[in-house]
Design a protein around this ligand. Structure first.
Ligand code: MAN
Ligand code: CA
Ligand code: CA
Length: 283
């Protein structure tokens, strides 16, 4: 009897242990009004539900060609709604492809207080307030360090230095080739308890979990109620133009689990089991 009960107790302890560990992870809720994806991305009038697109962007049912591979193109897509959530995660899936050995200029993912339509920063507005994540294909400063992925925070005062690829303005970044990959590239941005984590899936496999961390920073203060956006641009070099295709943009709000309740539950059930164990042991 006592051995059988030991197994039960061990099992329960294990379940509670697993439960309390997983309970530490944020809870995720899909936010459809801040997301877009195929196979039915557009409505019959060509618009994208809950999003607005413009410039040279062309939306189809499967994806948005944010810029076509022609010279001096700029395009963008912005959420119509602001994000009211304190903690969130977005995953952008895209393809950047071109015939040239080098491409230009790149793609940006935004979380800002204004919809930064039409500007010099990868098709987005300069002096933004919030977050910019740049996939910078073209090595403007000739440091042989592109394609490069970088995070830049702004409070509305800083101007992005295009000629130096914003080298001294970044919060962090990583050297990553994201052009002409067999599968779409993905960027996951998590903002949870003021920690910002940027992870990249390099598009070499179609395994959804093949992410690598590119930037992690704590004590980041992003504004509340920002818009999400994706923009892209090509430049003046005819031989270095890319298609920038956004395949999906998926937003989840995150909530902090109530660990206190979990501890009370674990303790309570732990005591009940211990009590039963003692009783049965006496029989
Ligand atoms: C030209 C200019 C630059 C741009 C490159 C690559 O040199 O338009 O601003 O970065 O082309 O497109
Ligand atoms: Ca550049
Ligand atoms: Ca560079």
């Amino acid at each position: 009897m006592a051995v059988g009960m030991d197994v039960v107790l061990a099992g329960c302890t294990l379940i509670f242990a697993v439960y309390s560990v997983t309970a530490e992870l944020p809870r995720k809720k899909f936010e459809y009004k801040l997301s877009l994806k195929g196979p039915h991305l557009i409505q019959s009038d060509g618009s994208i539900p809950f999003w607005t697109h413009g410039g040279n962007a062309i939306a189809s049912d499967q994806s948005i060609r944010v810029t076509p591979s022609l010279r001096s193109q700029k395009g963008w897509v912005w959420s119509k709604n602001t994000n009211p959530h304190e903690h969130w995660e977005v995953e952008a899936t895209f393809r950047i492809s071109g015939r040239g050995r080098v491409g230009a200029d790149g793609l940006a993912i935004w979380y800002t207080t204004q919809q930064g339509m039409d500007g010099p920063v990868f098709g987005g507005k300069d002096q933004w307030n919030g977050l910019g994540v740049f996939f910078d294909s073209f090595d403007n400063d000739g440091q042989h360090n592109n394609p490069y992925v970088m995070v830049m925070l702004n409070d509305g005062t800083k101007q992005y230095d295009h000629n130096s690829d914003g080298q001294h303005q970044q919060l962090g970044g990583c050297l990553r080739d994201f052009r002409n990959k067999p599968f779409p590239v993905k960027a996951k941005i998590e903002y949870y308890k003021n920690a910002l984590t940027l992870s990249i899936h390099n598009g070499m496999t179609n395994n959804k979990d093949d992410y690598e961390i590119c930037v992690r920073a704590e004590n980041v203060n992003l504004p509340r109620n920002g818009y999400f956006g994706v923009s892209a641009a090509t430049g003046g070099l005819a031989g270095a133009v890319d298609d920038h295709d956004l395949v999906s943009f998926i937003t989840h709000s995150l909530t902090v689990p109530v660990t206190g309740v979990c501890i009370i539950y674990t303790t309570f059930f732990g005591m009940v089991h211990l009590f039963l164990y003692k009783i049965l042991d006496l029989l």
